[in-house]
Write a protein that binds this ligand. Structure first.
Ligand SMILES: NC(=O)c1ccc[n+]([C@@H]2O[C@H](COP(=O)([O-])OP(=O)(O)OC[C@H]3O[C@@H](n4cnc5c(N)ncnc54)[C@H](O)[C@@H]3O)[C@@H](O)[C@H]2O)c1
Ligand SMILES: [Zn+2]
Ligand SMILES: [Zn+2]
Length: 362
């Protein structure tokens, strides 16, 4: 099958022919129908986060079940599914406590053992699976606890977005921060993640939703999706502008969806007393984030969110309903659909900040 392989880190993706194994007892083989380009893949391509190579990137996808292992009863061939990198064991302390995205056994129980044949291979040599999924390929071989069944009416390109960006952004608002109606919210960075957080804040009933970005077209899209105010971060101090829009107080909730030290610090600086900043962006490994200690006297909270603190088997079908009934706007978030061969151009375009999401259709 065709796949986009990362042979060195940092590096570009190369379209190659690789092999995929048959499902083990709890594994599912999926025909990939659509896969979104998320900035997290780019962080790995740029070497800001390490990963063993060769590997097939991609982790935001939807497809159709082709074949299931002997112990799989949850899905059958023909079922439509969304994949999720938050594979869960279901019995560790995090899973039992409802924090599935923090599963402690995901890298031991939910992967093949080192002495078993690799799920993916090239000329007999192992190719690493990326984040339990490796979506930039015509087929995926994954653990059954890394997918959820969805309604067949759901278009595959929009379903793919729910696989990471949408669940991360909505989940950060609904599950991590638990934004309540009437509150004020700021979101820094209006890519696939930030735009989803903006939609989450609108759906949660926030009174003010302030979008912050450096690209005018992104701020316009943010307004179409639910932002009530916009701040151009390339034009003056973003923190001061957010304070001006909130009568000098700052916001109850802020979300950082860029992945930089500077914007993470801004997310904390723009809080109102008692407010909470949630950092979603992947800040390069080794980078420290600094805050003024005195702010803790005002009960301000700085926290992170992993994949929107999801319980994806529950959350993703709900998000599908929200799309199908018109409250979650995903058509607007697919900037373009591309082929697997156009993947490096897609990532180059992501760096300009001009696209919301590019989605590969297989
Ligand atoms: N925590 C998680 O579980 C999780 C999940 C998915 C993605 N992420 C991370 O979320 C971040 C965003 O991902 P994405 O796919 O939406 O990225 P993206 O590249 O599509 O969007 C980033 C946006 O930030 C804007 N931006 C850049 N610098 C800025 C600045 N200084 N001030 C304001 N805006 C700025 C860009 O113009 C762009 O619109 C990435 O770091 C990604 O790795 C984290
Ligand atoms: Zn992602
Ligand atoms: Zn677990």
């Amino acid at each position: 099958m065709k796949a986009a392989v990362l042979n060195s880190c940092p590096g570009q993706l190369e379209i190659e022919d690789i092999s995929i194994d048959s499902p083990g007892p709890r594994e599912v083989l999926i025909e990939t129908k659509a896969a979104g380009l998320c900035h997290s893949d780019l962080h790995f391509m740029e070497g800001l986060y390490p990963h063993p190579c060769p590997t097939v990137l991609g982790h935001e996808s939807a497809g159709v079940v082709a074949e299931v292992g002997s112990d799989v009863h949850y899905v059958k061939p023909g079922d439509h599914v969304i994949t999720c990198l938050s594979a869960f064991c279901g019995h560790c302390e995090s899973c039992i406590g409802g924090r599935l995205s923090l599963c402690e056994n995901k890298n031991t129980e939910l992967v093949r053992s080192k002495d078993a044949p690799s799920r993916l291979s090239r000329n007999g040599e192992p190719v690493e699976t990326f984040l339990h999924l490796s979506s930039f390929a015509e087929q995926m071989l994954i653990h059954e606890n890394a997918l959820v069944k969805i309604r067949e009416e759901m278009p595959m390109d929009k379903a793919a977005l729910i696989g990471c960006g949408v669940t991360t952004g909505l989940g950060a608002v609904f599950r991590t921060a638990k934004v309540e109606p009437g509150s004020t919210v700021a979101v820094i960075g209006c890519g696939g993640i930030g735009l989803s957080a903006i939609q989450g804040a609108r759906i949660a009933g926030a009174n003010k939703v302030i979008a912050v970005d450096r690209v005018t077209s992104k701020l316009e899209l943010a307004q179409a999706l639910g932002a009530t105010h916009v701040v151009d971060a390339s034009d003056g101090n973003a923190v001061e502008q957010v304070r001006e829009l909130t009568e000098g107080h700052g916001v109850h909730y802020s979300f950082e969806a860029v992945g930089l030290k500077e914007t993470a610090e801004q997310s904390f600086q723009m809080l109102r007393n008692g407010g909470q900043a949630t950092v979603i962006g992947m800040i390069p490994v080794g980078t420290m984030v600094e805050v003024h200690g005195v702010d803790f006297l005002y009960e301000k909270t700085l926290t992170g969110s992993n994949m929107g603190s999801n319980q994806f088997r529950t959350d993703m079908p709900r998000f599908v309903e929200m799309y199908l009934d018109g409250r979650l706007m995903l058509d607007e978030m697919v900037s373009k659909t591309i082929s697997l061969e156009q993947i490096n151009e897609g990532f180059a375009e992501m760096k300009t900040g001009a696209v919301a999401r590019s989605v590969i259709e297989f």
